[in-house]
Design a protein around this ligand. Structure first.
Ligand code: ACO
Length: 362
């Protein structure tokens, strides 16, 4: 038995492969650097969905269909937005997605892909007391998400940065949320039920909930003034350093470098440059502190560290970072759910009973 299922192969997939020793991520035959910054998000959705849906349109038409799906999702959720807004942003997004139809068609899939990009800005605006903005189906997915957040057209640089982020996190092997999605899909439940499984798993701070705490950490270190002391104190209290460490990668997470270069490009044109210099200092110090504290384990920077900086730079508050992660990852979940429904069997592992034995009845 393995506590944490390390090295257990629980599915065969054509979708993505994580090479933890080499630090490479392959998505349907393409390396991450060949996709991120070069393909837009709808093109990557088309890549992931290929073979899993009948009549899948080419990527440009799929982009238009995702735009129409954003408009349809908005019509469905607008009446319930006041109730959704009474929850935290992630809970509101999850509850909004739960009311979508639970089928297996391309339309069901596209509504799920569209939904976090519509719900996240609407819920953030509600928290500021501002009315939700309706989607513009003619805009790109990332550009429209930012426009719905701020109420003004997004600059091409910010839209491109967000689009690159969504592509970078679209899929990543059998991570906890994708595994949860596949377990639900293995029962032949619908796509919405399956994605809700993924949404539940993504929320935790050991998985997709890490980037918000990364911002809190950077702010706390800035206020403290001495990064090494702050980080050592954190470890001596038994706390983890957020944005570092990974179950599979023993080298630097390749997504971290992709996102860091996006943040650097944004810094050249705007005012995020000082924040990046500070974050790089914290990263370097954290790697050294971790190397000394955990010499037997290679703990490197993971995707969440530069996710936090990127999402902050494009204008999302930390409370919504996990929602934006879900906006990218939902396409991978849907593709994995379809792959499991089509090719897989019911997932039903065993547990080993270590509890007390009932008394024998005389
Ligand atoms: N800070 C401090 N210690 C760490 C960290 C960290 N970030 N990461 C691992 N460790 C230590 C653990 O304390 C443990 O030490 P011990 O053996 O002395 O008790 C050892 O490394 C192994 O810990 P596990 O949880 O078993 O290792 P795993 O490699 O499976 O952990 C995880 C992966 C959960 C991501 C971990 O690195 C972590 O908690 N990181 C911080 C949270 C984070 O950044 N999560 C986002 C991950 S990326 C993603 O999901 C998209």
């Amino acid at each position: 038995m393995t506590n944490g299922l390390d090295d257990v192969v629980a599915a065969e997939t054509v979708l993505s492969d994580v090479d933890g020793l080499g630090g490479n991520l392959t998505i349907r035959g393409h390396s991450l650097p060949a996709l991120a910054g070069h393909w837009n998000y709808p093109a990557v959705v088309a890549l992931l969905f290929d073979g899993f849906f009948e009549n899948l349109p080419a990527d440009e038409e799929l982009g238009a269909r995702i735009g129409e799906a954003r408009a349809e999702v908005f019509r469905r959720i607008e009446p319930v937005l006041p109730a959704l807004s009474s929850l935290d942003v992630y809970g509101g997004m999850r509850a909004g997605m739960a009311i979508l139809p639970d089928g297996e068609s391309l339309d069901d899939a596209l509504r799920l892909v569209a939904a976090p990009a519509v719900l996240t800005p609407a819920l953030l605006r509600a928290r500021r007391g501002e009315p939700a903005m309706a989607p513009d189906a003619n805009l790109g997915h990332a550009a429209d998400m930012l426009r719905m957040l701020t109420g003004a057209p997004a600059s091409p640089a910010l839209a491109k940065a967000l689009d690159t982020y969504l592509v970078t996190v679209c899929d990543h092997g059998l991570n906890a949320s994708t595994f949860a999605t596949r377990v639900v899909a293995s029962t032949q439940a619908g796509l919405t039920s399956s994605v809700l499984g993924g949404l539940g798993a993504l929320k935790g701070p050991l998985h997709g909930g890490a980037p918000g705490p990364v911002i809190e950490m950077l702010d706390a270190i800035a206020a403290h003034g001495d990064a090494a002391t702050w980080l050592r104190d954190q470890l001596s209290r038994g706390e983890r350093i957020m944005g570092f460490g990974h179950r599979i990668y023993r080298v630097r997470d390749p997504r971290a470098d992709v996102l860091k270069s996006v943040v650097r490009q944004l810094g050249r044109s705007g005012d995020g440059a000082d924040r990046l210099v500070f974050a790089e200092m914290v990263e370097k110090t954290a790697l050294e502190v971790l190397r000394v504290a955990k010499p037997s384990r290679s703990i490197q920077t993971n995707v969440e560290f530069y996710t936090a900086l990127l999402l902050e730079a494009v204008g999302f508050p930390a409370e919504a970072f996990s929602c934006v992660f879900a906006t990218g990852r939902v396409s991978g979940w849907v593709a994995h759910a379809r792959e499991q429904q089509i090719n897989g069997r019911l997932m039903r592992p065993q547990s080993r009973y270590v509890g007390s034995i009932p008394d024998k009845v005389a």
